[in-house]
Design a protein. Structure first.
Length: 256
């Protein structure tokens, strides 16, 4: 059920080029996690406008859990949150509170961008540590929303890769994404023109060097996640968009 986590991480895409906002207050997505016709769980992403420390922010909430028989065998409840500056698209606070088959984490990270330091509060161990991070670093949730606002498709060619600095728990990572081209895919909403990407990450304690993952996002002004596919030894695990509301821009559907 690691795909619940990847929903929050792997929709990070694009090249940095300022444009109109791709999302707004009230946006909400729901995804079905499934092996073929068998549903393993659900995940949601939502945007709410709030104020944090006197700054106007987008409060992003990501939540995923297993359901039914899958929950009986492997219980997952993942809660991810990010507070993002509405103008600068940088994170001020990141929350990761997860339970994955008994593996738990309860961490809050507060970013001090002026000094390039993050206060990492491990609530389970009751520890607080200051850790440095590189300029323009994003957390695993804010990266999705930052790059949705800065995707310049006109400058991308098939095979191009994009790197982004990622700060996760107490460590810095380079997240890499490869552009695979355009594809029209069938969904419950109809045929949707999409941009297709393959995410990679550097090898380390948290991630493998390459993941057999493919990501499709809508080829419109929303750049909204539509489908993730993870190729496994025993088949394919997918996360499919099943419901949405509060889009900022028109939703593009292919007409034959």
């Amino acid at each position: 059920m690691k795909l619940l986590t990847y929903i929050l991480l792997l929709f990070s895409l694009g090249s940095v080029h300022a444009q109109e906002k791709a999302y707004k207050d009230g946006e909400w997505f729901k995804f079905r996690i499934h092996y073929g016709f068998v549903t393993a769980g659900y995940a949601t992403l939502e945007v709410n406008d709030e104020v944090l420390g006197g700054k106007e922010v987008h409060h992003i909430k990501g939540y995923g859990k297993t359901t039914g028989l899958s929950r009986a065998f492997f219980k997952v409840e993942d809660d991810y949150q990010s507070y993002i500056d509405k103008d600068k698209d940088i994170p001020y606070r990141f929350i990761r509170n997860i339970n994955e088959g008994g593996y738990t984490k309860d961490i809050q990270i507060d970013f001090d961008h002026g000094n390039g330091r993050a206060l990492v509060h491990n609530k389970e161990k009751d520890t607080k540590d200051w850790v440095t991070f590189p300029e323009d670093a994003q957390d695993m949730v804010s990266a999705f929303y930052y790059l949705r606002n800065h995707l310049d498709v006109s400058s991308l060619e098939i095979g191009d890769t994009i790197d982004i600095n990622m700060f996760f728990d107490k460590e810095n990572y380079k997240f890499r994404l490869k552009y695979l081209g355009n594809e029209v895919i069938r969904t419950k909403f109809g045929k949707i023109p999409t941009l297709k990407f393959r995410p990679y990450v550097q090898s380390g304690r948290v991630f493998k060097e390459k993941e057999s993952l493919t990501v499709w996002v809508s080829d419109d002004a929303n750049k909204m996640p539509v489908l993730i596919k993870a190729d496994l030894a025993v088949g394919s695990l997918k996360a499919s968009l099943t419901e949405f509301k509060g889009l900022k821009n028109s939703f593009k559907i292919h007409v034959d």
